[in-house]
Design a binder for this molecule. Structure first.
Ligand code: ATP
Ligand code: MG
Length: 316
């Protein structure tokens, strides 16, 4: 029974996690989340949301103020080493020695975790190949491109065969082609059975990689669930209708839509993408409101995400 329970235990379970730094900044205000084994999970949030703090706590680099963290049912506070053995971490900043060669970086890292050299060499070849870096195994890491350096960070984290791989903004500031190359590598790793959690600013990245996500803003989870459900929720269109004359004080109720008077002769309309505009025009007409012209409010997913987190300037 015990082993059965462990097999189906969440890869990560966080309960009411709080963190206040010594300078008084509260970075996490009671965060709870669960990541299923095998999942590809995104932690999405703007700058300063608390993503790195959360990841820092899970990877034992930052002390929590309170709350509980379990990795495959292993309590991080009580069994730190056992929990850490299940984890691989790719930090936000590149932190390998630029004057070492990729193969040495990987083999030395494995040695640090007690993996015998012969085994480490086998794994290093495997990981460098998966990361499309095998031809670069013997060059000075300094000469790798930005994208290659990022993939080397992933290959290094995989040397210990973690069951849960955590990446903190693996693609921040890198161009789209480099991001796509990395996505391929991550998808392969996930398909081979490793649970992946990544933090990102980019909804697009979460969308193309992840099955489930949590959105964090100012230390609080504001949304959590399957990617598909979130996208459906975001699947609203916004319009501004210019009205002949003045809007009545009491706006009509039109099922499925949200109507707000932007000013006396502009109506702000939100409705599901699938809804027929003509039915909205007709209902407005019945209420004596004639639409003279309309504009589409921009509704790119990123902007909806911004609305969700209410953190406009930072997600730009
Ligand atoms: N060592 C620290 N001491 C004090 N405050 C900190 C420390 N690290 C982070 N903070 C603060 O905690 C909050 C959350 O920061 P955190 O780095 O976790 O956010 P983030 O979501 O990773 O942001 P980014 O997307 O910019 O990496 C911010 O207000 C930040 O200024
Ligand atoms: Mg961060």
């Amino acid at each position: 029974m015990a082993s059965l329970a462990a097999a189906s235990a969440p890869a990560l379970s966080i309960t009411d996690l709080r963190k206040t730094y010594d300078n008084g900044t509260t970075a996490l205000k009671g965060v709870s989340l669960q990541v299923a084994p095998g999942d590809f999970f995104a932690l999405l949030g703007p700058n300063g949301a608390g993503k790195s703090t959360l990841i820092g706590i899970v990877s034992s680099l930052v002390n929590k103020s309170s709350g509980e963290v379990k990795v495959f049912d292993v309590d991080l506070s009580r069994h730190r080493d056992a929990a850490m053995r299940l984890l691989g971490l790719v930090p936000q900043e590149i932190n390998f020695n630029l004057f070492e060669k990729p193969l040495d970086i990987l083999v030395n890292y494995a040695g640090f975790y007690g993996i015998p050299r012969a085994e480490a060499l086998v794994r290093a070849e495997e990981e460098l190949k998966r990361a499309r870096l095998w031809e670069k195994a013997g060059v000075m890491s300094r000469t790798l491109s930005g994208g290659m350096k990022r993939r080397l960070m992933i290959a290094r984290a995989m040397m210990t065969r973690p069951r849960l791989l955590i990446l903190d903004e693996p693609t921040a500031g890198v161009d789209i082609e480099i991001r796509r190359d990395m996505w391929k590598v991550l998808k392969e790793i996930n398909a081979a059975g490793t649970t992946i959690i990544l933090t990102t600013h980019y909804l697009e990245e979460a969308e193309s990689l992840c099955r489930n996500l949590a959105i964090i803003d100012r230390g609080t989870i504001v949304e959590q669930g399957p990617m598909k459900a979130l996208l459906a929720k975001l699947d609203v269109e916004g319009f501004l209708f210019d009205i002949d004359g003045q809007l009545p004080a009491q706006l009509p109720a039109i099922e499925g839509t949200t109507l707000v008077a932007a000013d006396h002769h502009t109506l702000d309309v939100e409705m599901p993408r699938a809804m027929d505009l003509n039915s909205v025009f007709a209902a407005l007409n019945d209420a004596g409101i004639r639409v003279r012209s309309m504009r589409t409010k921009s509704n790119r997913l990123e902007e909806l995400f911004v609305r969700l987190t209410g953190n406009e300037e930072k997600a730009a």
